[in-house]
Every structure is written in structure tokens, then in C-alpha cells.
Write a protein that binds this ligand. Structure first.
Ligand SMILES: [Zn+2]
Length: 226
């Protein structure tokens, strides 16, 4: 490093450093930059050559600090984003419920499809909450996960048999899928999700009788008929 670059290091600082040191926001510095109050430059990011970093002339910041602080802290799109995040947080709060079986407050998970549907106002919060409750009970308070694992193991066993019988990878899995569809057509109770949902609903009826009216499941009906 030569004397010139040492000098430049002192003359300019990274945008993030300026923000921290002078207690400014990104929007304030950038607004000052586009109004020509402070000199800003894009340089190669020292940690990632594919990205650029912004450096800011320190002297300009010191000279115009009061003016820079008078710029809005957030850009209009950042304000919209903040509002949106706050709205999503409120919806997540609304959908939260206390599960008496885990004794925990359960929130809609990130990536929950029902949450997005409700956010887009395609479902009421009551409806979305019921769906989230069923999903939580299915995953945590029925044998759903265990059944899924068992089914995956069974399918794998059959896959091995097909492979040993000379089928290749794609053929073997296609045959297994076909067999599963046939089973379904014959009305065999292999729909793990539907069955687990019914169990979840039955538990929910015990825990939240006013929210979940009891419906006798088709499995219960079958059992009592035999
Ligand atoms: Zn629970």
C-alpha cells in the first residue's frame, strides 16, 4: 500500500461506516449524494469482487451534517416496506393461538401458504387460523410425521424390489406411483394426510369446542360399522 492510498483511506469511508459513525441513515446519505452535497463513489467490494461498495468523502459529510440529518430517514419505498412488514406482523399476531398440548404460543410459520392466502385477503382470519391450528395439531399431536416416514420407507422397499427386478430408476418410481394411485382408487385408506387431519380435528374439538364443532370422522364411522 503506497502513501496515496493511505491518504485516500482517510479521505473516504465506506457508506456503512459513515452511517454508523455519524448516526445517519442510508437514505439521508444517498439523498445528500444525489443533491451533490457529498461526493460518493462506487468501488470494488473488497470481500466480493462481483459487488460494488460505496465510499463517501468524509469532509463533505462533516461540512453538511445538519443538512444531511434533515433528509427523511427512510426512502418512500422503504416506508412502504416498513408498513407492509408491520401489517404482516400484525396478521401473524392475530393468527397466533395458544396450544394447550404444547403450552406454547403457535405462530404461522414463514412460508405458510395459508398465511399468504389470508394476507392476500382470499381467506378470513378465522378460517386461516383454523387451518393453521389443524396443521399444527396434525404435525405435532398425531402420528402424521411417523406415518409419512413409514410410508416413505415402504415405498423405498418396493423401489429396491423393482430395481432388483431389473427396472431402472424412473421406471421403478413410476410403477410405485401408479400402484399408489390404484390403491387410492380402490378406496384404501392410504391418504395419510386426510386421516391425520381427522384425528387433529377430533383433538381440536376437545380443546376448542366452540371453534371446532365435532364431526364424526369417516374412520370412526367405519370402525363402528364393523
Ligand atoms: Zn401443540
Amino acid at each position: 500500500m503506497n502513501a496515496d492510498s493511505d491518504k485516500r483511506d482517510r479521505e473516504y469511508s465506506y457508506l456503512s461506516t459513515i452511517i454508523r459513525e455519524f448516526k445517519l441513515t442510508k437514505n439521508q446519505v444517498q439523498s445528500a449524494g444525489s443533491d451533490g452535497l457529498v461526493e460518493m463513489r462506487e468501488v470494488e467490494n473488497p470481500h466480493n469482487s462481483e459487488m460494488v461498495a460505496t465510499i463517501v468523502k468524509r469532509k463533505d459529510v462533516e461540512a453538511h451534517l445538519t443538512q444531511i440529518k434533515s433528509y427523511p430517514t427512510l426512502a418512500p419505498n422503504e416506508r412502504t416496506d416498513r408498513k407492509r412488514y408491520a401489517g404482516r406482523r400484525r396478521l401473524r399476531d392475530k393468527l397466533e393461538f395458544h396450544c394447550p398440548r404444547c403450552e406454547r404460543d403457535i405462530r404461522a410459520l414463514r412460508g405458510s401458504e395459508m398465511f399468504e392466502v389470508c394476507w392476500e385477503r382470499q381467506a378470513s382470519t378465522e378460517e386461516a387460523q383454523r387451518v393453521l391450528m389443524v396443521a399444527h395439531y396434525r404435525h405435532e399431536h398425531t402420528d402424521y410425521e411417523k406415518r409419512l416416514r413409514e410410508r416413505a420407507d415402504l415405498r423405498y422397499e418396493r423401489y429396491r424390489e423393482f430395481r432388483d427386478g431389473g427396472y431402472d430408476f424412473d421406471e421403478a418410481w413410476e410403477r410405485i406411483d401408479e400402484e399408489d394411485i390404484e390403491e387410492e382408487d380402490e378406496g384404501e385408506e392410504f391418504d395419510i394426510k386426510a386421516r391425520s387431519n381427522e384425528e387433529a380435528l377430533s383433538l381440536l374439538h376437545q380443546d376448542f369446542p366452540t371453534v371446532f364443532a365435532h364431526q364424526r370422522s369417516k374412520y370412526e364411522r367405519q370402525e363402528s360399522n364393523t
